[in-house]
Design a protein around this ligand. Sequence first.
Ligand code: NAD
Ligand code: UGA
Length: 458
Amino acid sequence: MAFEKNILCIGAGYVGGPTMAVIAAKCPQYKVVVVDVDKEKIKAWNSDHLPIYEPGLDELVEKTRNRNLFFSADNAKGIEEAEIIFVSVNTPTKTFGHGAGKAADLQYWEKTAREILAHSKSSKIVVEKSTLPVRTASAMERILNENSKSIHFEVVSNPEFLAEGTAIQDLESPDRVLIGSRESPEGIKARKAIVEIYAHWVPRERIIQSNVWSSELSKLTANAFLAQRISSINSISALCEKTEADIDEVAHAIGMDSRIGPKFLKASVGFGGSCFKKDILNLVYICDSYGLEKVARYWEAVVEINEWQESRFIQNMLENMFSTVAGKRIALFGFAFKANTGDTRESPAIYVAQGLLAEKAEVVITDPKALKNARKDLKDFKKRVIFEADPYKAAKGAHAVAVLTEWDVYRDLDYRRILKSMVQPAFLFDGRNILDHKKLFEMGYNVFAIGKAPLKHF
Ligand code: NAD
Ligand code: UGA
């Protein structure tokens, strides 16, 4: 069958895989190919065990794979055949040289641009899907268009706003799709070509068009605002713990103001995930590099509060467990950075586990989907960490349970049974405020939640 359009995506990760699966499902007339340098990952995308867990993803891939969705390790062929290339490679924080610890590491991005240039025989639209510093498109254009092949590349920005755990839902009915380009006739034409793809399933009024710099900056700004709400509510949670105000009640009360709104006001042990911290630090770096020191410090504080919240959680465990956890078994319920994903990148659970291990605790980790990644994250502590799929077994003989991911399964456990199997007095630290604290206290637990007065029997 001849396809109407050939679309390529470079980078088969959390963004590339699900995004292309949705495009393939919604546009059966397009051929969609996803390539990656990681051959094992491509193998997994072509198997029954996909490399990432996302609700609804398996079914979607099963429906489209080898129909109009193809996973391949042949970058060169993919590039040569495509008219539109989405680039969704990783853009982590730089760990070396100038800007280390803040700036985005653009090496994978630049390698991709050079690879596109090397294998292209015709003009193409290159779409920035990765999250990038504002003005990256200009560097991309320079690399691509200074060529002697008489071909032209139009660079379009189309940042992705999906959240893990709800990726398919977010892609199928997004709040908005943002497409930015140069305002030149070629730029507008390229922008329209991308609009046409999304218009197959996204209502036109939800497809926003803008200049390319606004589009790049909107992505960093959206993540900064979302993270800022969490740091704001978490900062108030500390005040609640001192004053007997209850953070969930405060969040509910302020969230009912339609100007504030109820979302992203859930106090927690801290935000995790691969992007919030990296994107804010990148914003901080950009502001600093433009001499906007005050703006940089303002956003930096969002990350600082988050780190403080994580360390406060560990400190609280330590202080309440008679100032020592050495030799004590502590069960961590959840290791993923949020529910419904196996992703543990920047998960607060990593910091909590490391903090407890530094205090010589014996840490037992349980999680429905993230144990494989947890093992990798804690490989340096292999001998002192136990990984256990069954939460009842994880809690057996423990002095404390700490809920670190808001998996539904942890809401409905038999906590009476768990209590009986624990060392007394038993401690429960709810880092996600998902449990019925009063009920657990009445059962016999000493309960410590985020932003609430402690419920102690001593
Ligand atoms: P990821 O690490 O899961 O996937 C990136 C993939 O790119 C990897 O599989 C890597 O092997 C591949 N890659 C790197 N260089 C390559 C090259 N030269 N050729 C082919 N493949 C190459 O990352 P991710 O979570 O999918 O994020 C990708 C981008 O999207 C980042 O910029 C991120 O900030 C942004 N983003 C992520 C999310 C999310 O929820 N994870 C959401 C929105 C935006
Ligand atoms: C976030 C954004 O929500 C997406 O729009 C964006 O595309 C993505 O980052 C990205 O650029 O990578 P994600 O990190 O997958 O998505 O998940 P979120 O739902 O935003 O949660 C991030 C962290 O904040 C999690 O650890 C979560 O538990 C925590 N969180 C979230 C809270 O502590 N409280 C809340 O009220 C909401």
